[in-house]
Ligand binder design. Structure first.
Ligand code: PHE
Length: 339
């Protein structure tokens, strides 16, 4: 029995020293000290020994058990320390390492100017409407009092998809679309993308943006048109900006006009931007033609209104001092970052 106990002791100590993880150690504990463990088995055989040998063997067995337990505890502590150190190392954050730089984006200049314009008109009680970019000839031309023979229908300017379907050349088709579904008072602006078959240069792009305005109610006069646009221009370009209303022709308004503002760059002195006139044209406008009201199903005896259309790209360029419309569409990050 002594031999057995000593074998168990030596083997256990040897095995414990080789253990690499806590699971393995637990398995060894069961192997030697568990209910069915080797040492326990030997102790069970104690009853068969002569009575005088029992105390000696009992003591030896206890020593062996104690020794194994001690070795296991010590080894366990070592393993746990190692594990802890390993975890700490993994989870350490080196606060001195330089961070990754996350670049902050910004709004496109067209978006910023549009937001500003929207704010100004919302402040005057306007609502925002939208319409399709792929449009019917009917809304883009016919219902705007532009007869089949009118030069602005020229295929040179208009992207036709079929005889009856085209890419809208302005945001004005939303005028009649809105009148069809909304009874006066109507007070909307319509921001949107428009298309014309122009060759690309510093001031032309086949895709550009307009903001349409439409007001229909009883007793609307040209004084309302002038008042609204004057406030708009002053809010957008500054209190000292003046406006000038020049006679013009649009088929869908009568009378029609173009509106100039004193040059943003020189304040009216005359400079390269305004071709030394002190004025820059910023939008087209007029009192809605009775025929257009009729197309919209609105009684032109009872109601009147005005409409205007401004080129967003041009306004953005003036506001930010950009001298080439192409820059707005090239999406060069070095350009866009500046706004
Ligand atoms: N639709 C016209 C254009 O594209 C602008 C305009 C809108 C003029 C509304 C008068 C009234 O040039």
């Amino acid at each position: 029995m002594r031999q057995k106990l000593e074998n168990i002791r030596d083997e256990a100590i040897e095995n414990i020293s080789k253990v690499k993880d806590l699971d393995q150690l637990e398995r060894l504990r069961l192997k030697y000290l568990g209910k069915k463990g080797e040492l326990t088995q030997v102790l069970r055989g104690m009853g068969k020994l002569p009575a005088e040998d029992r105390p000696v063997m009992g003591q030896l067995a206890n020593e062996v058990r104690y020794l194994i337990e001690e070795q296991m505890d010590e080894h366990k502590k070592n393993l746990e320390d190692k594990l802890l150190n390993y975890r700490l190392k993994l989870e350490t954050i080196d606060v001195t390492v330089p961070g990754t730089n996350i670049e902050r984006g910004n709004l496109h200049p067209l978006t910023s100017v549009l937001n500003e314009i929207i704010d100004i008109f919302i402040g005057m009680g306007f609502e925002i409407a939208e319409g399709p970019e792929v449009e019917l000839d009917y809304y883009n031309f016919e219902a705007l009092n532009i007869p089949k023979s009118h030069p602005s229908r020229d295929v040179q300017d208009t992207f036709y998809i079929t005889d009856e379907i085209l890419l809208r050349t302005h945001t004005s088709p939303v005028q009649v679309r809105t009148m069809e579904v909304q009874k006066p008072p109507i007070k909307i602006i319509v921001p949107g993308r428009v298309y014309r078959s122009d060759d690309v240069d510093a001031t032309h792009s086949p895709i550009f943006h307009q903001v349409e305005g439409l007001v229909v109610d009883e007793h609307i006069t040209m004084a309302d048109l002038k008042g609204v646009l004057d406030v708009f221009v002053k809010e957008l370009f500054g209190e000292r900006t003046q406006t000038k209303f020049r006679p013009h022709y649009f088929p869908f308004t009568e009378p029609s006009m173009e509106v100039d503002a004193t040059c943003v760059t020189c304040g009216g002195e005359g400079c390269r931007i305004c071709s030394h006139t002190g004025w820059i044209e910023i939008l087209g406008a007029g009192m809605i033609h009775p025929n257009v009201l009729k197309y919209g199903g609105i009684d032109s005896e009872k109601y009147s209104g005005f409409a205007f259309g401004l080129g967003l790209d041009r306004i953005a360029n003036l506001k930010y001092g950009i001298d080439d419309i192409r820059l707005l569409y090239e999406n060069d990050i070095r350009f866009l970052k500046q706004f």
